[in-house]
Design a protein around this ligand. Sequence first.
Ligand code: HAM
Length: 420
Amino acid sequence: MKYNAPRGTHDLWGDAAEKIRVLEDICCNIFKIYNYKEIRFPTFEDADLFTRSIGETTDIVEKEMYVFNDRKGRRLALRPEGTAGVVRSYIENNLEQILGISKLFYMGSMFRYERPQAGRYREFLQIGAEYFNNPSPAADAEIILVAKEILNLIGLKDISIHINSLGCPGCRPNFRKALKDYFLNCKDLCVDCNKRIEKNPLRVLDCKIDSEKFKNAPKIEGFLCQECSTNFSQVQELLRISDCQFIIDHNLVRGLDYYTRTVFEIRSNALGAQDALAAGGRYDNLVEEIGGPFTPAVGFALGSERVIMALDKLKINLGINKNKLIFVAVSSQSLEKSGFILANKLKTLYCNANNKYTYIIEGPFGERSLKSQLRLADKLCADKVIIFGEEEFKRGCVLLKDMTNNTQSEIALGEVQADI
Ligand code: HAM
């Protein structure tokens, strides 16, 4: 074999691809009920957009971005996440003016140069939503609830929702200072932690190597200003009255720097190390930092592969439709044209504007012997096979073979549609 998929990427085909499609369709329907509109945006952007939004001293920007120069020397990066691109588009296209209310959802590939392992890839699929210009805790609650709704609806009930508040630019500096003082007294920190104590002590809390050592680190709750504290209580209250259970987790700091106030992560109890199914939070200053008007915002993204992994672990079937398959076979090559016409007629008949196809139509394969076509029909688990035989065709008939009970009957060509 000369070529393999690049490390950390994977091919999805057959049922695996179908599961992603079904998950995306379900999310699309739920987002529409919550009045989110779809947005599609480039898979690559100016690399600086990500550096500025995600943060210079985050793992994503320091180690995980796929950065390249195009032929004109522009420094671009494959998107490691969706929020930055949506915010860029929101500002550039003046979406607030056009849409009135900007609640956007997206789905697609993200790219991070991480060490691959089960549930962690270098190209992975996210489904996300961003809600602009609503500073109310109701928007935070809505985002958490829509994520929970999606996971619950597909059957993932055994999940835990972790929430925290990271405060605002008014109160966070005090917390940062307390953390910095604490870390300066910690021994044997990893190279990255030592580098980050000065510039971004919150990131130290998120270190994959050292985080276990920080059980006694200062907690943000003691540093939140009155507004942030009230806001956090209001988010909790809204979740409680919506029957949404959650865990307050003061160690949750997230790996991206744009967050203010609410952050959350939804974990699956069925998965091992990579157990975060979805995550997000509020980012009230990002739109302004990227050059737009001050616009509070909140959002989340789920990892599609991880969600499917959790479903598979729990043996939950995502409701993949197994449509009935009708196979058209011909006994000789000279009948292929007639078989082709019928197959096409049936396809046209069952294709409707809603794309809700009821049958799968396959064949004919005139180059193959009838025996080989029937073997293929069997392999495809065909429900019925329409056989064009020389003798029957002369009488304007075909054979209809029912593969489930292995019976066969002769029917008029014009009756096929009524009989299958
Ligand atoms: P994130 O936590 O970096 O947040 O990613 C969200 C989800 O994407 C994770 O919970 C996980 O399920 C999935 N994920 C992340 N990295 C990988 C990977 N290497 N392989 C497979 N799945 C992965 C964000 O991306 C934010 N943009 C979320 C957000 C939206 N915040 C506000 N709005």
